[in-house]
Write a protein that binds this ligand. Structure first.
Ligand SMILES: *[C@@H]1O[C@H](CO)[C@@H](O)[C@H](O)[C@H]1NC(C)=O
Ligand SMILES: *[C@@H]1O[C@H](CO)[C@@H](O)[C@H](O)[C@H]1NC(C)=O
Ligand SMILES: *[C@@H]1O[C@H](CO)[C@@H](O)[C@H](O)[C@H]1NC(C)=O
Length: 375
């Protein structure tokens, strides 16, 4: 190996030339990236609170392992209103801090008060699951992957050794899955936990969430949940279906009926009582989790779950015990086309009423007002 063949030498020289050229291209790119806006917002996130969110794919490819600031370490980057290049990815901690700042600002806004505040009564305590072993409270909000979170907590509580070992029919059976509700405890136990445990929940764009709930509960009509089709849908149709000439063709609950029901702030209360717990799929996040009345440590976003999930595990101090099941790329992205499709043909008045009811959720969590539906 002491002499190199001429052909080999030539090839090596070509390799080095190529490598050098690549280096230059990289340097030039890095220079220009300072001026080019690589980061862009996921639709549905407001820019108002200087909340900047990078696309999952760009973040995932450029930075496979999320940087984690050590306690006391100075932040290597600052979240500003100027989009940084992907090389200056902010730590997720500051993203969460921005979210909590926005939350507390909106919570104090008196003009939204009734849409952002609720009493922490039994209904809310029913939504919150307890992991005593690791001092964690998790408020369940459907349609954001919460089944996976419950599995994570069930494993942490020790009833099952790993996520795969949990029988599917046991995940939501809280008598037997070893994941108690906060409501099952005494007042003193409840206050103790609310005051000292790590608390989190996950949200997503409010209108897309309603589309997802509608699709799941009334269109796909799961066999195991017949009450949506046989009880809830007929009751909503009776009260909210507009008389159409082509009524005969409209089978089952239409999204329009659903929107009219949801936007009827006072009229729906009677129905909601009759529907029982099933309404958790479309109640506001305020009604479910009382985000202004319980001080949560983290509010995860479904749209960025790929980054939020590991952050939450780390923040809760359980990242070495469990991991969140992998999330296929793209499936949590906000899909404006889908939202537009569902709202097509629904009157401006009905959409405005719906927005008026969910405005608290839009504002609290930094989701942009859907101007494309409202203006
Ligand atoms: C309170 O909320 C309303 C409605 O979203 C908004 O117009 C107003 O600017 C907010 N006030 C403050 C002080 O942020
Ligand atoms: C909030 O609700 C209370 C009682 O239900 C009502 O008196 C008040 O006018 C409402 N405030 C707003 C801003 O709508
Ligand atoms: C968005 O939704 C539309 C309509 O449902 C669908 O055709 C499209 O494939 C979706 N886009 C993505 C990126 O999932």
């Amino acid at each position: 190996m002491d002499s190199v063949q001429p052909a080999d030498a030539q090839m090596m020289r070509r390799h080095w030339l190529l490598l050098g050229a690549c280096g230059w291209v990289l340097l030039i790119l890095m220079f220009f990236s300072k001026f080019i806006n690589f980061g862009f917002k996921i639709p549905g996130y407001t820019g108002s609170a200087e909340m900047i969110v990078w696309t999952l794919s760009s973040v995932a490819t450029e930075q496979p392992s999320l940087r984690w600031p050590e306690k006391g370490a100075t932040r290597p980057y600052v979240l500003s209103s100027v989009s940084p290049s992907v090389r200056e990815l902010p730590d997720w901690q500051s993203v969460n801090e921005k979210r909590l700042e926005l939350l507390s600002t909106v919570c104090r806004n008196s003009s939204l008060w009734n849409l952002t505040h609720t009493t922490v009564r039994k209904f809310v305590l029913d939504r919150i699951f307890v992991c005593d072993k690791h001092k964690i409270l998790f408020c369940q909000t459907p349609k954001v992957g919460n089944t996976q979170w419950k599995k994570v907590l069930i494993v942490l509580n020790g009833k099952f050794p790993k996520i795969e070992a949990i029988p599917e029919n046991l995940v939501h059976d809280h008598e037997r899955n070893g994941l108690p509700r906060l409501s099952s405890m005494t007042d003193i136990e409840i206050h103790q936990r609310l005051n000292s445990y790590f608390k989190f929940f996950i949200v997503r764009d409010p209108f897309e969430r309603l589309v997802s709930a509608f699709k799941d509960k009334f269109v796909k009509n799961p066999r195991f949940e017949p009450w949506y089709k046989h009880e809830i849908a007929p009751a909503i149709i009776r009260k909210y279906r507009k008389i159409h000439h082509d009524d005969g063709k409209r089978v089952g609950l239409q999204f329009e009926d659903f929107v009219r029901y949801l936007g009827d702030k006072t009229g729906r209360q009677h129905l909601d009582r009759a529907f029982g717990e099933h309404i958790i799929h479309w109640l506001t996040y305020t009604e479910l989790c009382a985000p202004c009345d319980i001080s949560y440590n983290v509010v995860g976003h479904h749209e960025t779950l790929q980054l939020d999930a590991p952050y939450i595990l780390k923040a809760a101090g359980i990242n070495d015990q469990v991991s969140y099941p992998s999330i296929p790329a793209g499936i949590t992205d906000y899909n404006r086309t889908k939202v537009e499709q569902y709202f097509t043909g629904i009157s401006h008045r009905d959409i405005s009423r719906l927005y008026a009811h969910y405005q608290g959720d839009f504002s609290l969590f930094g989701y942009q007002r859907p101007a494309f539906l409202l203006d």
